[in-house]
Design a protein around this ligand. Sequence first.
Ligand code: ATP
Ligand code: MG
Length: 251
Amino acid sequence: MAHKNTETTFVRSVRLAPSTPEERNRFPHNLPILHGLESLELHPRVTFLVGENGSGKSTLIEALAISAGMNAEGGSRNFSFSTRASHSDLHKRLTLVKNGSLPSDSYFLRAETFYNVSTEIERLDEGGGGKRIRDAYGSRALHEQSHGESFLSLVSNRFRGDGLYFLDEPEAALSPRGILRLIATIDSLVSKGSQFIISTHSPVLMCYPDCVLYEVKNGSLKQTSVTETDHFQLSLDILTNPVVYLRKLME
Ligand SMILES: Nc1ncnc2c1ncn2[C@@H]1O[C@H](COP(=O)(O)OP(=O)(O)OP(=O)(O)O)[C@@H](O)[C@H]1O
Ligand SMILES: [Mg+2]
């Protein structure tokens, strides 16, 4: 891992304005991930957000991506489609503390809505005119690839490096070997000066060493190390002796 120096950081930290009394007890302001959070230092290369289902990772990463000028449902800054009724208003409380301007290459990958992004690319390309968007995503149409193949295509073809990338559960469709390919691609993009903010449940992905890792635990977000996360410890316990572990679970 030969990396550029930290001068390439695009976003140093995120400040969170206090919620109003009206906001305090309602979504998204009452999520555990935001509890007591005033600011979040980002790593110049990779920042991981980890936590149980429903702890608020997607909501936070969506608000960060919107603050960086991206479409709430995913894609680059050039996408403006929406197939959902609304996104949360959390971004209004966020301020990105930047090092100069944001890079020209940026992307928000949302595992749960990537299908919609692929559909939007097809729709825009059908309109004809300029250069086909799908060509930037590899040689095959995204809808003609498997779920996991299309994710890897996106990261290895569309991401150019020297960019800012928000990934929400990028491992969702990937096999263990696919996750290793994703790690190698992330590392190659990092060596080209990229910065990633990634929410993940993958104990393998979060082993990427050049990172800061935050976990939602006991009701708030705290910095930790990969081996201390619940995800890592539970996976280790299960895989060390799966038969015994599952027998106890099913008793
Ligand atoms: N529009 C909404 N209105 C009210 N509650 C919502 C809304 N969107 C999400 N929530 C709730 O907010 C909580 C956090 O959701 P979020 O998707 O951010 O969690 P997450 O940490 O990404 O979970 P997962 O690991 O399952 O992806 C969930 O309990 C969810 O039901
Ligand atoms: Mg999520």
